[in-house]
Structures are given as C-alpha cells and as structure tokens.
Design a protein around this ligand. Sequence first.
Ligand code: 5GP
Ligand code: MG
Length: 176
Amino acid sequence: MDRILIDRDRIRGRVEEIGREITAVYGDCLDGLVIVPVLAGSIIFLADLIRTLPFKMKISVMTVSRYRGATTTGGATQFVHDLTLDIKGRHVLIVDDILDSGTTLRMVTAQLRERGPASLRTCVLLRKTARAPKDLTADFVGFDIEDSFVVGYGLDYDGHYRNWPDIAVLRPELYQ
Ligand code: 5GP
Ligand code: MG
C-alpha cells in the first residue's frame, strides 16, 4: 500500500449518511426497492449500506467484467451474470463500487432501463472526479476521490485486497 485514502471510520460515517439519503428518497415506497449490486467490487459496501436501510427491499445481483490489464485502462465491459428478478414496474437502485470512466454504469443503466423499471437510480461508493464524464453522474455518491488506483473495502487489484477494511492507494510500481 502507498497510503490510506479513506479510513474505516470515515467510511462507516459516510455509509450511514448515504443510507439516510437513500431512505429519504425510498422510505415511503410501499412496494419496496430492488437493489442491484454490481459484483464483486460492491459487496462490502452493499453489506454495510443495506443494514442502514429501514424499509422493504430485495437484492438481485449482477456481475459484469472488464477485461483489462490488472488496473483501470482498456478492455470491454460485458455481462457475466444477469439479474434473475423481473424489475418491470419496480423501483431499482444500482449499487457499484466506483465510477471511473463511466463505461460500466452507462452499460448497466442502459440495459436495466430497457426492462421498464418504475424508477432507476445509481449509487456509487467512490467517484473519480477527474475521469467521470460530465454527462453521467450517480444519484448517490460516497466520496469523490483523486485519480489513483485504490483497493480495499471490496475493491481489488487482480482479485486481491477486497478484505482490507480501509480504502488505500496501491503503490504505482505494483501495477505499472
Ligand atoms: P468504469 O467502467 O467506470 O471505467 O470503471 C468502473 C469499474 O472499474 C469499477 O466498477 C471497478 O470495478 C473498476 N475500477 C475503476 N477504478 C478502480 C480503482 O481505482 N480500483 C479498483 N480496484 N477498481 C477500479
Ligand atoms: Mg466494478
């Protein structure tokens, strides 16, 4: 690790705040919310976030994969595992780990919108402000961060470090 960017206490505090922001939007939805986490990077965030939500909800997972080198650049995004739940007429919230170039969120949003949800919003733990496209934003954002490659709290480097409790910047010489 190079350094800790966001420690576990800050993460916990912000996740609780996002939970309140989400509750303000969906708390009165009588038929509940369908949360669609984009695996695997969002798992830790998802687990913490949903326990702050005091209303009816279901989870339906989706897996996308970016075939890239180990880090952020290049590679096509494709579905590996699609939802099993019918989201037509449902309120849907996509949860992802990080909004970087926006390719993943754009693709997932477009796919789900075609299925006719009653509403569709997005929530990301992290957003790289320098890289995220101006025309694509998330409805709920945990933290805006610098353009460094980060790991921990669900985020991986080549499959590793998801279990680290803090969000850290990886030493560039490890992946360049
Ligand atoms: P995008 O499609 O927005 O360019 O990239 C989003 C996906 O790339 C994220 O869901 C995540 O899987 C991966 N990604 C982008 N930046 C980082 C990063 O700094 N660290 C890690 N571990 N994954 C990243
Ligand atoms: Mg991802």
